[in-house]
Ligand binder design. Structure first.
Ligand SMILES: Cc1ncc(COP(=O)(O)O)c(C=O)c1O
Length: 279
């Protein structure tokens, strides 16, 4: 949207937990610091592949020290800040300049329902475009058209508010725990399976792993995961996805529904194992 192009992105190394490595971030920022090329750091609170939550508090301190805008992409993960036991994972998020969140991922609202929080209310004004025929500057009416790139907007907030009122915030936060607990238990289970390799210790509700074939070389192992994935999709009973963790092809379980149980995930792992023996 900003027209910066992918060549304008500077990747930052992650640590073993797949979270931004704060020392590497400092190095990357200081390497560009003198020319002030870098104007924004994007931390992720729940990455797409592994659901990892970057260490937001030290990233926010660094950004403030160097005068850089901090955006936190909480599209997938931010809902889990509502769960008291997970809250600490998001420490420092209130220091971000902007935060995005997709209630359509966990809150049972129709797609799309995305929310953008700005630390300073006035920052929404940067998106405003006024003209003489609409979005008039002197209009006293509240107008979401001046707070976003598109002018004509559906009333997505209505579905969000209705969903929260219907589910009750307390009950909802309790239910959000279920997939997190199920995924953590599945990680513990996978850790003890000699024919499986756990590829991330889950911060939130995403788990990556792979099936180990005895004596298989790297490229054969990668191909095995792809064949297992194809087999599960063809079978059509369960849904699984595939990703790349470092140089390893991984099978990926995403538990979003509040009804997901460890038993259900174990059943999927059983099916993965069964398919791995046939492909
Ligand atoms: C971390 C993160 N950011 C952004 C997105 C984009 O989501 P959407 O296109 O649904 O807004 C996703 C999708 O899974 C995501 O995981």
């Amino acid at each position: 949207m900003l027209g910066l192009g992918e060549q304008s992105l500077v990747g930052v190394e992650v640590d073993k937990s797949r979270r931004i490595d704060i020392d590497k971030l400092r190095e990357a920022l200081e390497a560009h610091g003198t020319s002030r090329d870098i104007f924004c750091v994007v931390a992720t609170a729940g990455t797409t592949s592994t659901g990892s939550v970057d260490p937001i508090a030290p990233i926010a301190d660094l950004c403030r020290e160097l005068g850089i805008w901090l955006h936190v992409d909480g599209a997938y993960g931010l809902a889990y800040k509502l769960v008291p036991e997970w809250k600490n994972l998001f420490a420092g998020i209130q220091e971000a300049d902007s935060v995005s969140w997709d209630p359509h991922k966990q809150l049972a609202v129709p797609i799309p329902c995305s929310v953008l929080f700005c630390r300073r209310n006035g920052d929404f004004g940067r998106m405003a475009y006024h003209s003489s025929y609409f979005n008039r500057e002197d209009s006293p009416e509240p107008n979401p058209g001046t707070k976003s790139a598109p002018t004509t907007r559906p009333l997505a907030a209505l579905a969000l508010v209705t969903s929260i009122v219907h589910q009750g915030l307390f009950g909802l936060t309790q239910r959000l725990k279920a997939p997190l607990a199920a995924v953590k238990e599945a990680a513990r289970y996978l850790e003890n399976q000699p024919d499986m390799e756990l590829l991330n210790w889950p911060d939130t509700g995403i788990l990556c792993f792979r099936v180990m074939g005895p004596g298989l070389q790297k490229n054969r192992l990668d191909a095995l995961q792809k064949r297992i994935y194809d087999g599960i999709i063809k079978d059509g009973k369960r849904s699984i996805s595939i990703s790349q963790i470092g140089d390893k092809t991984a099978l990926r379980l995403v538990a979003i529904s509040t009804l997901v149980t460890f038993e259900a995930l174990k059943e999927t792992i059983r099916e993965v194992r069964a398919i791995s023996k046939t492909v």
